[in-house]
Design a binder for this molecule. Structure first.
Ligand SMILES: CC(C)(COP(=O)(O)OP(=O)(O)OC[C@H]1O[C@@H](n2cnc3c(N)ncnc32)[C@H](O)[C@@H]1OP(=O)(O)O)[C@@H](O)C(=O)NCCC(=O)NCCS
Length: 214
């Protein structure tokens, strides 16, 4: 019975996704590519003339059906200042996570963002220690975030303003990324630190160390 229902479910899901993508093409500030898959209902909130670019083959998943974690909220893409941008590269998959851009959040190709991540390029308020009574009215500074190609961000991770995560790296679940992470490493924890370097990188480093200087 379950198998029998699988095909109509898939056909419905594809039709739903295509219809949603079609309607989103009319949304101001949103550039959406081909072969984009949308599951569930994402929140795409574009204010003050900001821009969201969703490149070809991206998946935005806001439903728990068939996904191996529980996500607690839909995908949210929020650009919140003039000229703020979010760019999601080709073939990237985002599950139930929030990207809030005051300046720029750029995610490369073929990245994976697991559920319940928060990627924010601003803290939301200034520290305002000189005028704490006014903190509540401040919006804080912002610093662009760059996530390079083929990065995998584990569930419940927070990526803070100004961070760059290098190509191919993996961020462990529940991490808080406060500083740049180099390419081809596993980083985890709070604050996220490198816990493993890809064997290829170690080999290259060893080869370079063995090469005599001319
Ligand atoms: C990132 C991850 C893949 C790394 O796996 P790994 O390279 O096999 O890491 P290990 O299990 O060998 O752990 C290495 C060390 O890092 C620590 N560590 C691993 N993941 C960690 C995490 N998320 N936070 C903090 N520390 C972590 C381990 O405790 C271990 O510490 P030790 O050397 O002191 O014993 C894995 O830990 C992880 O987070 N998986 C979940 C990914 C996820 O969110 N998937 C959702 C679906 S897309």
């Amino acid at each position: 019975m379950r198998r029998l229902l699988e095909l109509p479910r898939r056909i419905f899901a594809r039709a739903y996704s295509n219809a949603l993508v079609l309607s989103l093409r009319c949304k101001r500030g949103l550039h959406i590519g081909n072969r984009v898959t949308i599951k569930g209902l994402p929140i795409i909130d574009i204010r003050y003339g900001g821009k969201v670019v969703i490149q070809d083959g991206v998946t935005l998943n806001s439903t728990n059906y068939g996904y191996h974690l529980n996500m607690f909220a839909p995908v949210k893409l929020f650009v919140d200042r003039p000229r703020a941008t979010i760019i999601i590269g080709e073939g990237t998959r985002i599950h139930g996570s929030c990207l809030h851009s005051y300046a720029s959040i750029e995610i490369g190709k073929r990245c994976l963002v697991a559920a319940n991540c928060q990627i924010i390029d601003g803290s939301g308020h200034d520290l305002s220690f000189g005028d704490v009574e006014n903190r509540i009215n401040t919006k804080g500074d912002c610093h662009p975030i760059i996530i390079e190609d083929d990065v995998w961000i584990g569930a419940n991770t927070i990526v803070l303003p100004g961070v760059r995560i290098g190509k191919g790296s993996v961020i462990g679940a529940g991490s808080i990324v406060t500083k740049d992470i180099p390419p081809m490493v596993v980083a985890a924890g709070n604050p996220a630190k490198v816990i493993r370097v890809a064997a290829q990188v170690v080999e290259n480093m060893e080869k370079r160390a063995e090469t005599p200087l001319e």
